[in-house]
Write a protein that binds this ligand. Structure first.
Ligand SMILES: Cc1cc2nc3c(=O)[nH]c(=O)nc-3n(C[C@H](O)[C@H](O)[C@H](O)COP(=O)(O)OP(=O)(O)OC[C@H]3O[C@@H](n4cnc5c(N)ncnc54)[C@H](O)[C@@H]3O)c2cc1C
Length: 281
């Protein structure tokens, strides 16, 4: 479940960013309906929302991923005398900043050693930071979604680095060499550098962030919105706010005929696909 959730968030987020970059690279031409990239951009945006909106998935990844560790720490906190060895170990980590030994790796191709070593450092530091967050926030971490999302992003980056290195290692074992290996190696090296930096940023943001002012501003905005008359706004029919149901502005019924549905407008027709994809010999 955890790995599936991690893959869902990663693929939807980076799928969208990739198409968004393609749109930028292609310039104004990309915005035209006859080009595939415009449709791919619009279609990939929904993946961040459907099958579990990513904001909700972050809380799931945090909760499910850290449950075992949190329960273990809580057990020690409740009865340190019973778990004296573990209590001393976790105490030295939490209060003296002692790090555990790096996880070991033995079977990967030696050419991947540099990246593997960096990955292990990230894993160790991530696990240390999760423990510190449990110590600093205690029970409040259960509802502290911005912190949860940052820890979830770290786990996602680590997972992406692990998968990429595992795949490259398997390709090398299956004989990948020469230019093809250099190509794959350069892509994975860039991915590891990029995500290594991204993890550092997320870890920094665990303590240096605008969360307090964001919450204050959000409260103020909600209060302001509540002071506005509902009748000036379109309110969804099935709004969660029962008091607001039926009190919004009466909109003119939408003229459905003007909206292109499947089978027209937004759907590619055969001739467009033929033009965009030349026949292969
Ligand atoms: C084209 C399409 C096809 C679909 N097909 C199916 C289908 O086949 N089967 C099916 O079951 N459903 C389907 N859905 C529904 C889809 O699963 C939901 O749209 C999706 O789960 C998001 O729920 P929502 O639209 O109610 O958004 P909401 O839950 O209202 O979310 C709106 C925003 O609020 C945020 N949010 C909500 N809760 C939290 C929270 N606890 N913490 C932080 N942020 C939060 C979300 O991240 C999002 O940004 C489809 C939707 C579309 C658009």
């Amino acid at each position: 479940m955890l790995e599936t959730a991690v893959c869902k968030v990663f693929c939807s987020e980076f799928g969208y960013r990739t198409v968004n970059d393609a749109l930028q690279v292609m310039g104004g031409e990309s915005y035209m309906t006859e080009n595939h990239v415009e449709r791919a951009w619009r279609d990939s945006r929904i993946n961040i929302i459907v099958e579990g909106a990513n904001e909700v998935m972050h809380s799931f990844i945090f909760a499910y991923g850290s449950k075992q560790l949190g329960e273990w720490m809580l057990g020690i906190k409740k009865n340190p005398a019973k778990h004296l060895g573990s209590a001393m170990q976790i105490g030295s980590e939490l209060f003296l900043g002692v790090r555990r030994p790096l996880p070991s790796f033995t079977s990967t191709d030696p050419r991947l050693n540099g990246m593997m070593h960096e990955l292990m450092m990230r894993v160790r530091e991530f696990s240390h930071q999760v423990k510190l967050m449990f110590k600093e926030w205690e029970d409040k971490l259960v509802t502290e979604q911005p912190i949860q999302a940052r820890l979830s992003m770290c786990a996602i980056y680590i997972h992406a680095m692990t998968c990429s290195l595992a795949k490259l290692d398997s390709h090398i074992r299956n004989g990948l060499s020469g230019e093809k290996l250099a190509y794959e190696m350069s892509v994975v090296e860039h991915l590891c550098s990029m995500f290594g930096l991204a993890i550092e940023e997320e870890v920094r943001a665990l303590r240096t962030n605008a969360d307090v002012s964001m919450k204050r501003a959000a409260d103020a905005v909600l209060k302001h919105i509540d002071s506005l008359p509902n009748i000036d706004f379109a309110i969804p029919e099935r709004t969660m706010d029962m008091k607001a149901r039926g009190t919004g502005a009466k909109l003119n019924p939408v003229n459905e005929e003007a909206i292109p549905h499947f089978g027209a407008g937004s759907v590619f027709h055969g001739d467009v696909i033929k033009r965009a994809q030349p026949q292969r010999a």
